[in-house]
Design a protein around this ligand. Structure first.
Ligand SMILES: Cc1cc2nc3c(=O)[nH]c(=O)nc-3n(C[C@H](O)[C@H](O)[C@H](O)COP(=O)(O)OP(=O)(O)OC[C@H]3O[C@@H](n4cnc5c(N)ncnc54)[C@H](O)[C@@H]3O)c2cc1C
Ligand code: FES
Ligand code: FES
Length: 450
């Protein structure tokens, strides 16, 4: 690993220890631990990543979710390397100039998020989404970001680092493997009692809490075949490992419901790593992209020791966090048909930008020339043990004109179709109301659309 311009030998590192804890043991204590769960951004560091066009860039990530086994062959910059002596980096100076810090605990995380925005020339509204501050309030920090956005970026040692970036050598750490092709990944999986780890935004939470996942971990984030993304007239093929921020950039306008959902799928640091394959692999009933895949009639390409096969997303979720995947199978890509017609995605959560959904819903609806429903998909997360379609209501709606009485009846039927849980996030009654109301909102927002 290269850390702050220096090569570091990781051969003695514990592969499941988080980068955050490891940094702090090296007395690099600028990177702070707030939550250890990916929620607060105090641990933000800049990972150097190379895009498809070969250009290196800084990507803000949560060090608390990054296991050391995933750091071999990587380059990372932490807050300690920004200032030179007493001379602050422009990002730090902007925080000072705009009074963006009080107690300062959260400040290094903000600085690193802004640092990544600075070199990407991107200070959109979401650049500090993943950073929480209890003291200052966000206005001074947003002012700092605004000032930085207006400031021309000169050539400095960090730009040179990106221009000259060469990944250090990768050697796997003991029980943590980093294969660079599918065949090797599958061979390792058969040989060991192992678990796949893609970006670790889900598994990293368990690792950060010291939970045992498996005796061997196989990281699949360096397999080029899992990083492919191609857009065709009638479908898109999304590699299982493509980070969600890349989907946000490259699929914009292709799938309207995805455009609605991705801004509310966690914060920048998570989206810079989290993958679609990981969302499917977690099979959480509140996985936000799963209703989208159900509504689009997506298919999953998997590969295992017995060969390749395709599975429909409808039927993939067999029970609470259980899927139709065989133990050694790997999700390689997802094929998502492009559907014409009305479509939208909704997420209801308490802290919408970085929180678990209470209910998520994706609707697709196509009317024929007589304004009767020719195709309909109503898919939900958070209302059952698995992400699920309201198939009985879909069947009832087919062939009907979507007038007010049909809408009211559909809403009533939707409320009756599921028996969601009561939990600390919301009551079953509230969830049941959302199931119907979100559909009514969808119709109100889209019925007049061409
Ligand atoms: C702070 C925070 C906020 C979050 N917000 C959201 C949110 O808003 N919405 C949401 O849906 N999720 C959210 N998550 C959960 C998580 O980020 C997503 O589920 C993400 O898509 C997981 O992807 P990953 O690559 O990090 O998966 P990993 O953690 O690497 O893996 C998750 C599971 O999938 C399996 N897996 C991964 N890739 C494959 C593959 N190719 N083939 C087979 N199995 C595979 C792994 O073995 C593991 O069981 C959040 C997580 C955190 C920490
Ligand atoms: S410590 Fe809170 S996001 Fe990492
Ligand atoms: S300055 Fe205190 S938490 Fe942000």
């Amino acid at each position: 690993m290269r850390l702050n311009f220096q090569l570091v030998d990781l051969s003695d590192a514990d592969p499941t220890e988080s980068l955050l804890r490891w940094l702090r043991r090296q007395r690099l204590t600028g990177t702070k631990e707030g939550c250890g769960d990916g929620d607060c951004g105090a641990c933000t560091v800049a990972l150097v990543e190379t895009s498809d066009d070969g250009k290196a860039r800084f990507s803000a990530i949560n060090a608390c979710l990054m296991p050391m086994g995933a750091m071999v062959g990587r380059e990372v910059v932490t807050v300690e390397s920004l200032a030179i002596g007493e001379v602050l980096h422009p990002v730090q100076q902007a925080m000072v100039d705009h009074a963006g810090s009080q107690c300062g605990y959260c400040t290094p995380g903000f600085v690193m998020s802004l640092f990544c925005g600075y070199y990407a020339g991107d200070f959109d509204d979401h650049v500090i989404d993943g950073n929480l501050c209890r003291c200052t309030g966000y206005l001074p920090i947003r002012r700092a970001a605004k000032a930085l956005a207006a400031e021309p970026r000169g050539a400095d040692r960090f730009s040179a680092l990106l221009d000259q970036h060469q990944a250090p050598e990768t050697t796997s750490l003991g029980t943590f493997h980093n294969p660079d092709n599918i065949a090797d990944a599958l061979a390792l999986k058969v040989a060991h009692h192992a678990a796949w780890i893609a970006s670790g935004t889900d598994l990293g939470v368990a690792l950060s809490r010291g939970q045992h996942i498996a005796s061997v971990l196989i990281a699949i984030d360096r397999i080029p075949e899992l990083q492919c993304l191609s857009i065709h007239d009638n479908h898109a093929r999304i590699g299982a490992g493509v980070p969600l921020s890349r989907l946000e950039r490259e699929l914009v306008g292709v799938f309207p419901a995805l455009d609605h959902l991705l801004p509310w799928f966690a914060a920048r640091q998570i989206k810079n790593r989290a993958s679609l394959g990981g969302n499917l692999g977690s099979a959480s009933p509140i996985g936000d992209l799963l209703p989208w895949l159900l509504a689009q009639d997506a298919t999953i390409e998997v590969r295992g020791p017995m060969g390749a096969r395709e599975l429909a997303v409808d039927g993939f979720f067999e029970g609470y966090r259980q899927t139709a995947l065989q133990p050694d199978e790997l999700i390689v890509a997802v094929r998502v048909p492009r559907v014409r017609g009305m479509q939208a995605g909704y997420k209801v959560a308490k802290r919408r930008g970085d929180d678990i959904s209470i209910v998520a819903a994706v609707f697709v609806l196509v009317l024929d020339d007589d304004c009767r429903i020719a195709h309909v998909r109503l898919a939900y997360g958070g209302v059952a043990a698995v992400p699920i379609r309201a198939k009985a209501v879909e069947a009832w709606l087919l062939g009907r004109a979507l007038d007010e009485s049909v809408l009211q009846e559909a809403v009533a039927r939707l409320r009756a179709e599921f028996t969601p849980l009561d939990d600390h996030r919301a009551s079953a009654e509230y969830r049941r109301a959302l199931v119907g109301n979100l559909f009514a909102q969808f119709v109100a927002e889209h019925k007049e659309a061409p």
